[in-house]
Design a protein around this ligand. Structure first.
Ligand code: ATP
Ligand code: MG
Ligand code: FE
Length: 350
């Protein structure tokens, strides 16, 4: 089975072709991504209208290229998958209308995929992971700890009550004049910094719930930065290192609580999984790997190219749904808000 995946929910325009052979081995046959970072960087963040227009301009060519690189054609596909949300409505509509048109013209099933579900299932594409697993889904717009029990079967164990982790990295970077997107820039600066020079808070540490709060950390960072301004390169490096170390401590503490709550809703996990753009962060990956080791679990995080938004994860989620007969029709709505968890089971145990 072969599926085309289209992703336009934020600032990446992406198209990919993924196949599974009869014994279930997946293969990414093409994975085209065009980032709009340059268009948005001058504004310090994603501008929805600019994003939607940019998707319109490149999506048809990108789809053609994904099919060509995969050595396939519309007629040979078994389905057209598209991220129908959550995300910016203009971009989502561009992808959805394109996918519906292709589906109609080629008479192939439409697979309207939840973008977060695609992040959540990527570990099965890359590592053939079995259910259930504990997922830290952390990106620019989302931060949650989820028990992944099956396709379409997610239990939310905790999440952020204010900023997403990626958003916190982006805001920290903006504050320190490092530009957008912030995650990679902060991580790079942190490499040469002293994480102990600034005493930054670790919000929620030791709480019995698996929730995150990051806005206080951001404020503390701003206060420190203003206190010692003007900032030399050394100061920025130390602030980045301090910020990243605080985030790592918070992530590990929250994930540990979620692991404890996991068995109540899903039994024993097969692995600890990180997904979403923030999963690209080396310090967070290393710390999660150590936590997983402590718990006797495998740690799985996608290769960097599959951490951020991409078409392969959409195609794969489409394949997972197709196998279960979960196909959509042309009435599938764009869903700018679309939560992943059908069930919420906040961890409260000590
Ligand atoms: P969504 O929540 O809908 O998935 P998104 O498009 O922002 O939104 P991604 O593209 O998956 O999500 O992730 C982008 C985010 O990941 C940005 O906030 C970015 O700063 C963050 N990020 C990327 N690389 C790193 C890194 N090395 N360290 C920390 N954060 C990172
Ligand atoms: Mg993005
Ligand atoms: Fe994403």
């Amino acid at each position: 089975k072969t599926v085309l995946g289209i992703e336009t929910t934020c600032d990446e325009t992406a198209a990919a072709v993924v196949s599974v052979d009869p014994d279930g081995m997946p293969q990414i046959r093409s994975n085209e991504v065009l980032s709009q970072i340059a268009e948005h960087a001058v504004y310090g963040g994603v501008v929805p209208e600019i994003a939607a227009r940019a998707h319109v301009e490149v999506l048809d060519r990108l789809v053609a290229r994904a099919l060509e690189r995969a050595g396939t054609s519309l007629a040979d596909l078994d389905g057209i998958a598209v991220a129908a949300g959550p995300g910016l409505i203009g971009g989502v509509l561009v992808g959805l209308v394109t996918a519906k048109t292709l589906s109609l013209v080629a008479n192939k099933p439409l697979l309207a995929v939840n973008h977060l579900e695609a992040h959540a299932l990527t570990a099965r594409l890359t590592d053939g992971l079995d259910f259930p697993y504990l997922l830290l889904l952390a990106s620019g717009g989302h931060t949650q700890l989820v028990a992944v029990r099956g396709v379409g079967d997610y239990v939310r164990l905790g999440g952020t009550i204010d900023d997403a982790i990626g958003e916190a990295f982006d805001k920290a970077a903006k504050l320190l004049g490092l530009g957008y997107p912030g995650g990679p820039a902060v991580e790079r600066m942190a490499e040469d910094g002293d994480p102990e020079r600034f005493a930054l808070p670790r919000p929620m540490l030791g709480r019995r719930t698996a929730d995150f709060s990051l806005s206080g950390l951001k404020t503390a960072l701003r206060i420190e930065a203003e206190r010692i301004a003007p900032l030399a390169e050394r100061d920025v490096a130390d602030l980045c290192a301090g910020f990243q170390a605080a985030v790592v401590d918070v992530v590990i503490d929250r994930a540990r609580v979620a692991l404890r709550g996991f068995s109540d809703v899903a039994g024993r996990p097969t692995a600890l999984v990180a997904a979403g753009g923030v999963a690209a962060n080396g310090a967070i990956r290393r710390a999660l790997a150590a936590l997983a080791g402590e718990a006797g679990l495998a740690f799985v995080a996608p290769p960097l190219a599959l951490c951020g938004d991409n078409g392969a994860m959409i195609a794969w989620a489409g394949l997972e749904r197709l196998r279960l007969g979960l196909v959509d029709d042309l009435t599938a709505p764009a869903r700018p808000r679309w939560s992943l968890a059908v069930e919420s089971a906040p961890v409260t145990a000590a």
